[in-house]
Design a protein around this ligand. Structure first.
Ligand code: HEC
Ligand code: HEC
Length: 300
């Protein structure tokens, strides 16, 4: 009996030791990844300051690219996730107030953060969806920055990033895109603007910068990679999923969050933003989605 107990003790001890070594290795490797810097040659980016650009920027931020979903309605920053396993991931204060980056970031620094996912010192930003924002046109990005510079300053310190054990393990296993900007090609070519019209081309533009992050690049929907299991699964927006909707049905959903059968969408779908889309934008996105090849649910 004593021998068996001793053996059990050795096995348990070995498992605990292995787990400790594994955790230390995981923290060392992910810690190095979190500290890694990317050198991006500086290039000029200048945002306009005129009233029309500020107004366009406000619309793009509120209705299309939804910065407030993570950075807070006042853009003063907030935790996006606060969970012992996943960590405390905070979206930065992006106003001119105390604790915010706007006062010290040039237009070029903001372009680097938004489209390339890199902080001023080259650190890769966690969770910031530059994989979508790389497609924002120069003109719209200029307008976004013009608007951000007019937002009332918010004095708020959001604190440091704390990436938890589960998020690190999922990242190490390739299951969680901790640095979405890694997908960005960092091409520094100008991004031309797409004429604002109810066309498939403009619908694709809006989808790329404002819907694909949740619904997937191919719009087949399904669980958001790395998201906690309680998050609802974004719907299949290809004709296989919503091909039976008319433009009026689609517009009703985006404005009210209610399907034609009266059922309510989960509030994870950002109706507060889509309800601000113009009829031209809604029509463009509808036409684009209807033009896509049908995909089974879950093909992101
Ligand atoms: C899905 C959530 C999310 C959305 C949406 C989002 N951000 Fe972020 N953003 C973050 C997080 C989280 C950070 C902090 C990353 C870090 O410090 O590693 C961040 C960082 C930033 C930074 C860099 C701050 C720094 O320390 O260098 C800027 C600038 C920024 N975001 C601007 C924007 C703008 C503008 C938009 C809308 C076009 C936007 N973000 C939309 C999550 C988001
Ligand atoms: C923050 C993530 C997120 C973004 C961004 C987002 N969606 Fe969604 N969407 C969801 C989720 C989650 C659902 C499923 C809600 C449910 O099951 O109740 C959904 C459902 C929908 C539906 C309802 C389909 C049905 O079941 O009838 C439509 C239509 C839709 N989204 C269109 C869009 C469009 C268009 C955009 C971009 C302009 C967009 N969504 C952006 C998360 C998102």
């Amino acid at each position: 009996m004593a021998r068996v107990l001793k053996l059990v003790g050795i096995v348990v001890g070995a498992v605990v030791l292995l787990a400790a070594v594994g955790a230390a290795a995981l923290y060392a490797w992910t810690g190095a990844e979190l500290g890694k810097k990317v050198a991006l040659p500086t290039h000029e980016f200048r945002a306009p300051t005129d009233a029309a650009s500020v107004a366009r920027g406000e619309h793009v931020v509120r209705a299309l690219v939804k910065c407030g979903e993570c950075h807070g309605a006042d853009l003063g920053g907030q935790p996006v996730v606060d969970d012992p396993a996943i960590g405390r991931v905070v979206a930065t204060n992006i106003t001119r107030g105390q604790g915010g980056v706007l006062a010290t970031y040039s237009d070029a620094d903001l372009e680097r953060a938004i489209r390339h996912g890199l902080a001023k010192d080259g650190r890769r930003l966690v969770v910031m969806p530059s994989n979508e924002y790389q497609f924002i046109s120069d003109e719209d990005l200029g307008a976004v920055i013009a608007y951000l510079r007019t937002v009332p300053p918010v004095d708020r310190e959001v604190g440091p990033q704390k990436v938890g054990p589960l998020a690190r393990a999922l990242f190490a296993a390739g299951k969680f895109p901790l640095f979405p900007g890694t997908e960005v090609t960092h091409l520094q070519a100008p991004v031309p603007s797409v004429p604002v019209d109810s066309t498939v081309a403009y619908g694709k533009y809006i989808g790329d910068i404002g819907c694909s992050g949740c619904h997937g690049r191919t719009y087949g929907g399904g669980a958001i990679p790395g998201g906690p299991p309680e998050w609802p699964k974004p719907a299949n927006l290809t004709p296989e999923g919503i091909g039976h909707y008319s433009l009026a049905d689609f517009e009703h959903i985006l404005r009210t969050g209610t399907r034609p059968d009266g059922s309510k969408l989960d509030p994870f779908m950002p109706i507060g933003a889509t309800s601000l889309m113009t009829p031209v934008e809604v029509t463009a996105v509808f036409r684009y989605l209807q033009s896509l090849p049908p995909k089974p649910f879950g093909t992101r």
